[in-house]
Design a protein around this ligand. Sequence first.
Ligand SMILES: [Zn+2]
Length: 303
Amino acid sequence: MTEPLPATMQVFERGWLSSNNILFTGTQTALVDSGYLTHAPQTLALVQHALQGRPLDLLVNTHLHSDHCGGNALLQQHYDCRTVIPASEAGKVRDWDEDALSFIATGQQCARFGFDATLSAGQTIRLGDMDWQALGAPGHDPHSLILYCPAERLLISADALWENGFGVIFPELDGESGFAEARATLELIATLDVRLVIPGHGAPFADIGKALATAFSRLDYLAADPVRNAQNAIKVLLKFLLLERQQLALDQVAIVLGGMPLVQESNRRFLQLPMEELAQWAMAQLVRVGAAQVQARLLVNRD
Ligand SMILES: [Zn+2]
């Protein structure tokens, strides 16, 4: 990493099945985002090791995708931590409405968790003895927050901005607006004075200008033809499934993809392919970019 983090802050860079986790020490301890369900024991172990016997006081989610909140339940079992979620998700979490949350649509898992408080855009939250502004970051997810610390010029960008892109623009897959919101979010980020970005996935990076240029260019490409966003989403959903299961029988791929309501809906709106053909296309795409390989009758994950 090129730029040092404050002494009260550590980033656990996790990969793609789990989001990064950001641990804060200081007067109170806090964790931002908790990874995917199947990695939850690893998340807990990382937190326990770093806290050296201190309890976790606070758990905060930037947004409630399964790879950002899948460790919440285990952390709550283990610690009596106060949990803070984006305010606009409160009703869904209270009722554990897995249809309204994204877990059923994406075929992803998340253990039920509760919350104690909510965070809205415009509010400030204290993490690692620093003040962080919560900013609304719709586009990838209508309810996502990002966190900005002006004093330290740090940005926790969740899936709104990565070093080389951003998360799938999910609302567009259901025929709702997402490209315009993603653009506004990038424009908002461009107004911030930032020395280091801690993204939801991948290593922290300092060159925010380059990342923003890449993101705007990618957004222009996707928005020019929404079919591209749907194709990207289906590839990402299949890759996520492969990361989770490591391998899939070739003749099961069409069945599992077809079992994801979001894939069905994206296909219905944008691609209109028989599911078998869609599965063949998605597999070929992953193989082409080196994200998977075919071995015998299996599609196998490649990192
Ligand atoms: Zn996300």
